[in-house]
Design a protein around this ligand. Structure first.
Ligand SMILES: [Zn+2]
Length: 265
């Protein structure tokens, strides 16, 4: 397993800068900026950091780093996740280069990037499609409220979350509902993928895994855990635990990485 390289840091720098430059509205509305103060860099300092970071990256990775993927890619995992700057592939502990095909948009939605998901699943093709939501997703929070003042583009993407929000009974603690809706959205996106790739799943060429990257410890498994909440539409944790795709995991790993907060849609 390769060490995480500075590219990850670079990506974060760019993504964080983009989010900050984008201004508050929808993404930051639930974006979880209630932690330590975020240091705002000027545009010039941000570009400088990105270029210096790239020089560090090429300094740490000589040209042989790129030998294996000069003319094509051979990833084994397609991931649909949120554009949120707190979510990055370094959570998998492996170098993402040529290993992980990533599609990102607000609210980790399949329909909003169907062609890109098709590319990962049908052309590469990877055997696993992971749909990954995350703690305190600003897109989910925005979809739970009034977003009529947003731009046409944002409204169009949030509108696709309506079936998720419709399943919320709107009772109880708002933050608890928010977390459950994150999981419901993962279930909804898995359901969408099951419809798109039904024949590949039936032929056992593809497994769709739904999970939440839980950096808030809402599932009680520790901050930063990837918690599997759905496999091919199965959402009962005891049944997920017995799914054959998890057979190389130890019992402890399964217990630490399978959970549920919300009833299925
Ligand atoms: Zn999000």
């Amino acid at each position: 397993m390769k060490k995480i390289h500075p590219a990850t840091k670079l990506t974060c720098t760019l993504a964080c800068a983009a989010l900050l430059a984008y201004a508050p509205a929808v993404l930051a509305s639930g974006g979880g900026h209630d932690g330590p103060a975020v240091k705002v860099k000027s545009a010039e300092a941000t570009v400088k950091a990105a270029i210096s970071g790239n020089d560090q990256f090429t300094g740490h990775n000589d040209s042989h780093h790129f030998d294996g993927f000069q003319t094509g890619q051979t990833p084994t995992l397609t991931v649909v996740t949120c554009s949120d700057s707190r979510v990055h592939t370094h959570l998998f502990g492996m170098a993402p280069d040529n290993n992980i095909f990533v599609i990102r948009n607000i609210g980790n939605q399949v329909k909003n990037a169907e062609g890109s998901v098709d590319y990962g699943v049908r052309h590469l093709p990877t055997k696993i499609l992971l749909i990954m939501g995350h703690s305190s997703c600003g897109a989910i929070k925005a979809a739970m409220g009034d977003y009529s003042g947003e731009t046409k583009g944002i409204k169009a993407e949030l509108d696709n979350l309506k079936p998720v929000i419709a399943a919320d009974d709107k009772s109880g603690d708002a933050n608890a509902r928010w977390s459950k809706n994150v999981e419901r959205n993962v279930d909804y996106q898995v359901k969408t993928a099951l419809e798109l790739y039904r024949e590949k799943i039936a032929a056992k060429e593809l497994t769709v895994v739904g999970a939440v990257y839980d950096f808030n410890d809402h599932y009680g498994k520790g901050r930063g855990r990837l918690v599997i909440t759905n496999i091919n539409g199965e959402t009962a944790p005891n049944k997920i635990m017995d799914h054959p795709v998890l057979k190389e995991l130890s019992r402890g790993e399964i217990v630490n990485h399978v959970g549920s907060l919300a009833p299925a849609l």
